[in-house]
Design a binder for this molecule. Structure first.
Ligand SMILES: [Zn+2]
Length: 314
């Protein structure tokens, strides 16, 4: 019988492909073992059509693999994954409950697939190659439409008993607060996400039609009302971080996602909210809070590295 298996440790295969399935687009990259993005392409997401997503990923793989990639694919997806990392419990953006994404992709592509939650993959990217590359424990908060989280302790991504650890956006910070997409009230992401920032800024500026671009512009020009809204988001994040530090005690807190582009204007209120809430801060060493460095490539870089590691331990 002919053996068609490709040796996972073929030394000519020096790069790995990473895919990041988001709410509006799918990004793919060829990533080196040092976390460098060598090629990058995107396709639109078809949220109501899992088969369409599988096809788009197949297209990206064909476009990106120039023959020096390992026979594995890392895939980050905005969804709750099961502990075995082969199917999706629930995704807020993509209509495919219980879809066996790993099997479908492996069948279609003829290569191994390593699935990870998108915020975990982005956090892992920052841990290996970005802002936390010198740390052994960290928390990443990815501030986009929602708030994603990842926890790494002693060099390991924390999965939890059911595979959904690190859903830090659903830390409850305001009992009986705003209703969240998860069904609870008062989740951190209702107070500290890009969506929350828009809500606060529209209210502050008295302009319910304010767009994201207009807000970015105002923040860039140091508009006092826009900064006040950003300050509120930062303070809420800082309070949330105080609870996270009490549980996890990381060396570093990395703030990523679109809102993190505000840089120090966001970090300053985060630190102030944190230190105002975290009472014992003066009596023990405590995490520094920094901005992520990989930008929107963190997810593909992290996914590729998780796939590389899995192929080497296969
Ligand atoms: Zn929630």
């Amino acid at each position: 019988m002919k053996n068609v298996d490709i040796a996972p440790l073929d030394l000519s295969l020096v790069n790995t492909l990473g895919i990041d399935i988001g709410g509006t687009k799918i990004a793919g990259a060829r990533v080196s073992d040092t976390g460098e993005v060598l090629a990058w392409e995107t396709r639109p997401t078809t949220p109501e059509d899992p088969e369409g997503i599988v096809s788009a990923i197949a297209e990206l793989v064909t476009a990106l693999d120039n023959g020096d990639c390992r026979p594995v694919l890392g895939v980050a997806v905005a969804a709750f994954l099961n502990r075995d990392r082969d199917s999706i419990f629930l995704s807020p953006n993509i209509a495919w409950p219980q879809f066996r994404l790993k099997d479908e992709l492996e069948k279609r592509l003829g290569r191994g697939v390593v699935l990870e939650n998108d915020a975990n993959a982005a956090g892992w990217g920052e841990f290996q190659f970005g802002a936390a590359r010198d740390a052994t424990s960290m928390i990443t908060l990815t501030i986009g439409t929602g708030v994603g989280g990842a926890i790494v302790d002693d060099g390991r991504l924390i999965m939890g008993g059911f595979g959904v650890a690190g859903e830090l956006g659903h830390l409850i910070v305001e009992p009986n607060g705003h209703l969240c997409g998860c069904g609870n009230r008062g989740c951190l992401e209702q107070y500290a996400s890009g969506t929350a920032l828009m809500r606060e800024a529209r209210q502050e500026l008295g302009n319910p039609a304010l767009t994201q671009d207009e807000l970015s512009d105002l923040l860039e020009h140091g508009d006092a009302r826009a900064l006040k809204a950003l300050n509120r988001i930062g303070q809420a994040l800082g309070r949330g971080i105080a609870s996270l530090v009490a549980v996890v005690d990381p060396e570093l807190i990395v703030i990523g996602g679109g809102v993190a582009k505000a840089g120090e204007a966001l970090l300053e209120p985060i630190r102030s909210g944190f230190h105002a809430t975290y009472a014992p801060a003066s009596q023990r060493p405590v995490a520094s809070i920094v901005v992520a460095t990989l930008g929107n490539t963190a997810g593909v870089v992290g996914a590729a590295d998780l796939a590389r590691a899995a192929s080497e331990h296969a």
